[in-house]
Design a protein around this ligand. Structure first.
Ligand SMILES: [Zn+2]
Length: 180
């Protein structure tokens, strides 16, 4: 997604907007108006979805960007929507399954990129994987045999997920060892 260009006309009073000066706030030239324009980021959420066998669910995208490539179920957060609810909604819409959101994996951003990506770990709690309107197909993969992933942050997301899973397994084992 490209950065959003500044408006040519003030959305509040209709006056022509001055040119954007990098590093400065773009203000309406009509002083009495007072409108200031900010380049707002967009927030997207995605989920590393684990099935009951410890495999990772991915969807193959049927739309740009990265059409045809494998990705975590993901999408934009609606204004007023809880992040975790948006994450679970995207998984349901794109892959046809219900998930429990287990943990926050991280938040990822990049220079000159308007999208902030927030990644969660989740577990399937119901449903059968099936592609929704935004996916060509849904697949489940062994975590060490994933196909190439679509987005620049995905390797870091998977590293965070592996660390999350290792911590969870270690604490599960620790609990077991403490039992008589
Ligand atoms: Zn104005």
């Amino acid at each position: 997604m490209a950065l959003q260009p500044p408006p040519r006309f003030c959305p509040r009073c209709g006056h022509a907007m001055p040119a954007l000066v990098p590093g400065e706030v773009l203000r309406c030239a009509e002083r009495a108006c007072g409108y200031a324009w900010y380049r707002d980021p967009k927030v997207a959420v995605g989920v590393v979805v684990e099935d009951a066998d410890g495999r990772v669910l991915l969807v193959r995208r049927n739309h740009e960007p990265r059409m045809g490539q494998w990705a975590f179920p993901s999408g934009f957060v609606d204004a007023g929507e809880l992040l975790e609810a948006a994450a679970a909604r995207e998984v349901r819409e794109e892959a046809g399954v219900a998930v429990r959101i287990d943990a926050l994996l991280g938040a990822y951003s990049e220079a000159d990129e308007p999208v902030i990506f927030i990644a969660y770990a989740g577990s399937i709690t119901g449903g059968t994987p099936a592609p929704g309107d935004e996916a060509i197909e849904v697949g489940v993969f062994a975590p060490d045999a994933l196909p190439p992933l679509a987005f620049v942050h995905d390797d870091r997301v998977m590293a965070a997920w592996r660390a999350h899973r290792a911590g969870r397994d270690a604490s599960a084992n620790g609990t077991k060892e403490q039992q008589p």
